[in-house]
Design a protein around this ligand. Structure first.
Ligand SMILES: [Fe+2]
Length: 586
């Protein structure tokens, strides 16, 4: 059975294809359009998924949308009536959008995709998140936690999942409703700290490492955690429920001080007092989020009695909280879906339909996140030739890796583009910028010359599987399902701090990627070659893009980043392009 999952019209639209219970392809629309967080109907992502499987839209048995538009509309109506007359502007804006198209989604989807309206189904937002986490996990039985801003009504939920000969199920155990939401609290503070909601949350987490949680008591005023892991926001501190552009109220400003003006300098490394206040607020938010998530995890253990835990929803991208849950929580093992944000709902919707509605078995767990589009050596060579770009082609990976290692160990910064691109926001080696992590100046160099992003933001290391114990505390061995997807932050050992100064954050941690030869063979081989040359089995890794753009997907995207940034070299499949003399091959 062929099932296409879709997410669209809010942010991070995506498509995913599941055939006979196996994930065949999944990609976010932004990778094809170049519009970060693109929310439009994922026409290009759908086209890619179908091409990857060699099928047409008429071959698809069911198209599943990741949430229920009518329930979402109901929430908008009800919360408007509760807040009337406040929020009328927000309400009339929303009505224009909803009455214009979203309520008639079925017809619109059928028309735009060219499919039969009768094959379109609707999942619910948190069920889609939960399915994305459980059915791609390595477990046959698990508790599942979903936490985000809000779906239709749900903001947080606990499920129980089961796969086995007696059948496959994913059942809701308990949930929390709008407006009480850890995700909306985090979003409001993201906006207060001058970052864009649904975009700047990583920056808030990075900033938190520079601060102390001295505002924790202020957070206890804004939100109360109940004994059963319920959460109650004091709405007087927020305005997301009645204002279209502002998510925090004057009361929050009174409590925490003036909000940061977006774009104003954050000079937290240079002892700037105001920047330090923002870092302390970020640290307090992080501490409160972790406190809540630990309570939620304890509750999930209590109500499900399961050994394993899966998580998805935007809050599950908080890698600092994730590592705390993994190492200090009551579950033996933790898996977080690599596309834990809303994009992942496209895949979850398709998986739920496949495994639960149709009871199709899963041959094997997903195992890796390389589900996007790939390009062959021939495609890359053709692109470079057509664009008259000079390149050197290598016959095998070994000689290519030796050349890359030589350059990286001399201090060059290079990009590596190979295979299919990653599903989820993290670069895991398929579309990656690499540098020597033992050089302390590398963080600054890559931030300033290549990524053009805020100086306080850390870079992450990718590390050989067998080097994890030496470089990181509590690496977790085979039970660690976070680090293969860069979804956890681990404390660095003293030796690790000495060997990896460029990827060790100010608080002595790193968001490490464990590289396993069975799922990420080429990157593993490159790391091995780097270790032979330098003694360090790790590289600094960041996504192949510049600030404000989605990661590169195609050879054209990758070359564009290379051309506009201070990258020294670019490797696409086995073609190496150097900065000097790259263009205009004669
Ligand atoms: Fe969500």
């Amino acid at each position: 059975m062929i099932i296409l999952g879709l997410n669209a019209y809010f942010h991070d639209s995506a498509a995913a294809l599941v055939i006979d219970g196996q994930v065949v392809a999944a990609a976010q629309e932004e990778r094809f359009t170049g519009q970060k967080h693109d929310a439009s109907l994922p026409v290009e992502a759908v086209r890619f998924c179908l091409e990857q499987a060699g099928i047409g839209i008429s071959d698809v048995d069911e198209v599943v949308f990741y949430e229920k538009p009518l329930l979402k509309f109901e929430r908008l109506m009800v919360s408007h009536l509760r807040n009337f007359p406040r929020g009328f502007t927000q309400f009339s804006r929303a009505m224009r959008k909803w009455l214009g198209s979203r309520l008639w989604l079925k017809g619109q989807l059928a028309q735009e995709l060219g499919c039969d309206p009768d094959c379109i189904r609707f999942s619910t937002h948190h069920l889609s998140h939960a399915a994305s986490a459980f059915f791609t996990s390595p477990y046959e039985q698990a508790a599942v936690i979903t936490a985000d801003g809000v779906g239709e009504w749900t903001t947080t939920a606990i499920y129980k999942g089961k796969m086995g000969p007696e059948g496959h199920s994913l059942e809701l155990v308990k949930e929390l409703h709008y407006p009480h939401s850890i995700g909306l609290l985090y979003s409001a503070l993201t906006a207060y700290l001058g970052f864009r909601v649904n975009n700047g949350e990583y920056k808030v987490m990075g900033l938190a490492s520079y601060g102390q949680p001295i505002y924790l008591s202020a957070f206890e005023k804004m939100a109360r955690i109940g004994e059963d892991a319920s959460l109650e926001l004091d709405l007087s501190y927020f305005s997301f429920h009645h204002h279209h552009a502002r998510s925090f109220s004057d009361a929050m400003v009174e409590l925490l001080g003036p909000a940061r003006v977006p774009g104003s300098p954050l000079l937290v490394q240079f002892g700037d007092e105001e920047s330090q206040r923002f870092a302390d607020i970020a640290a307090s938010l992080q501490a409160f989020t972790e406190r809540y998530m630990m309570a939620l995890v304890d509750e999930a253990k209590r109500v499900t009695g399961e050994e394993n835990l899966c998580m998805a929803g935007g809050v599950a991208l908080n890698s600092v909280a994730n590592d705390r849950i993994r190492t200090q929580g009551p579950f033996s093992s933790l898996f977080v879906h690599p596309a834990a944000g809303d994009a992942g709902g496209a895949l979850g919707a398709a998986l739920y339909q496949s495994h639960v509605v149709h009871q199709i078995d899963r041959a094997e767990p997903m195992g890796h996140a390389f589900l996007g589009k790939g390009y062959s050596q021939q495609d890359v060579a053709q692109f470079l030739t057509d664009c008259r770009i000079r390149y050197q082609a290598f016959d095998d990976d070994e000689s290519l890796h030796e050349e890359m290692v030589k350059r990286l160990s001399e201090g060059d910064v290079g990009a590596y583009f190979h295979g299919r691109f990653e599903w989820g926001p993290r670069a895991l080696g398929g579309r990656t910028i690499l540098a020597d992590p033992s050089r302390p100046d590398m963080t600054d160099k890559v931030n300033r010359r290549i990524k053009f992003r805020e100086a306080f933001r850390p870079f992450a290391p990718m590390v050989l599987d067998e080097e994890m114990d030496r470089l990181f505390k509590n690496p977790g061995g085979r039970d660690d399902h976070l680090s293969p997807y860069m979804l956890g932050v681990s404390p660095v050992t003293d030796e690790g701090k000495r060997l990896l100064p460029a990827t060790t954050h100010v608080d002595g941690t790193a968001r490490v990627q464990r590289v396993d030869p069975s799922t990420n063979g080429k990157v593993y081989a490159l790391l091995k070659a780097f270790q032979r040359q330098t003694g360090v089995g790790a590289l600094m890794n960041t996504s192949l893009n510049v600030k404000g753009e989605p990661p590169a997907a195609s050879p054209g995207d990758a070359y564009s980043v290379f051309h506009r940034s201070g990258l020294d070299f670019l490797v696409m499949e086995r073609c190496l392009v150097e900065k000097r003399g790259a263009e205009l091959q004669s």
